[in-house]
Design a protein around this ligand. Structure first.
Ligand code: DOR
Ligand code: ZN
Length: 348
């Protein structure tokens, strides 16, 4: 294969990742640890990771499952419930075990039943986090059945996020997997304590991928992909170099039986080909010089962590490179995200 170009960047981190547990964890961890030095690990297991001792045990299972040769540091998060203990959370952050807390509005997505319904009940936790500088990762969708699913992010900003930020202005928030122009505009209009992650797939697909010409469950995730104008706003934000935007793949493996179902699960698996997809997107936008900011610099800066010392090199081949359609995990086959265009960039 002829190589036409190479690009060396500081090793990326993934600021939003689902690794699951058991056989699935073992089947997927190597795809993240190969290209990413660190990842913010989502706590929506069954039962969820709520306490610092849950997080310590989960971290140990992740480290045991990781390929021995890879350096990979899981950055643990705790699942915020109305019973969460502010002192337990603060001690986890202060001793370096836990990096953030995750807010799921109850019922918003996969395994979110124990999430928050009444924000008054979690105020002591949020106040404590603001005091100690601990970040809150937010799944930004309302769960109100009367709100159209395509509007749930925009309505969340108005009804929940903006009031919450006014109530606890010192709280450092990450709007996870932002999917709308409304979300991008909200983040860029705020000068402090707000950033957003953007997934690989939301830079590539709009809602037609899920619905036009047949239902394609492997493009279904939450928040659901929106109209083209929103995808374009996300691409502009990601490739702008703006420090408030960084990669969070939200790579979320489900076995094919759970996706190809009359009520299929939400989640897209991108860990294996994210860097190839991102290099493609940034090249299309004439912004390869901004890729490192998005994957490797802006995230650590917002989380007040140093960037990685290592680098990775991406190689652009003339001929398309290939990825498996599916990966086999001990839990069952998982379909890999198909960007629907040939990929040419490969991590060396
Ligand atoms: O598509 C999604 N899948 N969105 C989420 O918020 C959760 C995730 C999962 O855990 O499968
Ligand atoms: Zn997620």
């Amino acid at each position: 294969m002829r190589v036409t170009k190479t690009l060396t960047i500081i090793k990326p981190d993934d600021w939003h990742l689902h690794l699951r547990d058991g056989a699935m964890l073992e089947g997927v961890i190597g795809h993240s640890s190969r290209h990413f030095a660190r990842a913010i690990i989502m706590p929506n297991l069954v039962p969820p990771v709520v306490t610092t001792s849950d997080a310590a045990a989960y971290r140990d299972r992740i480290l045991a499952a990781k390929p021995k040769a890879d350096f990979f540091k899981p950055l643990m998060t705790l699942y915020l419930t109305e019973q969460s203990d502010p002192n337990d959370i603060a001690s986890g952050f202060e001793n370096g075990l836990v990096s953030a807390v995750k807010l799921y509005p109850a019922g918003a997505t996969t395994n979110s039943a124990s999430g928050v319904k009444d924000f008054d009940k979690v105020m002591p936790v949020l106040q404590k986090m603001a005091e100690i500088g601990m970040p809150l990762c937010v799944h930004g969708e309302v769960t109100d059945a009367s709100i159209d699913i395509f509007d749930r992010e925009a309505v969340f900003i108005e009804r929940v996020l903006d009031p919450l930020r006014k109530r606890v202005p010192d709280l450092r928030i990450i709007m996870e997997h932002v999917t709308t122009k409304n979300g991008v505009d909200y983040v860029t209009s705020s000068d402090k304590n707000l950033a957003a992650t953007i997934t690989t797939h939301h830079l590539i697909i709009n809602r037609n991928a899920i619905l036009a010409g047949g239902i394609r469950p492997h493009y279904y995730c939450l928040p659901v992909a929106k109209r083209e104008e929103h995808r374009l706003a996300l691409r502009a934000a990601a490739t702008s170099g703006d420090k408030r935007f960084f990669i969070g793949t939200d790579s979320a493996p489900h076995i094919d039986d759970s996706k190809e179902h009359s009520c299929g699960c939400a989640g897209i698996y991108t860990s294996i080909n994210t860097m190839s997809c991102l290099a493609h997107v940034f090249e299309q936008e004439n912004a390869l010089d901004k890729l490192e900011a998005f994957t490797s610099l802006n995230g650590p800066a917002y989380y007040n962590m140093p960037h990685n010392d290592d680098t990775i090199t991406l190689i652009r081949h003339d001929e398309p490179i290939t990825f498996p359609d599916k990966i086999d995990t001990g839990a069952g086959p998982v379909t890999v995200f198909d960007p629907m265009f040939p990929l040419h960039w490969e991590v060396q």
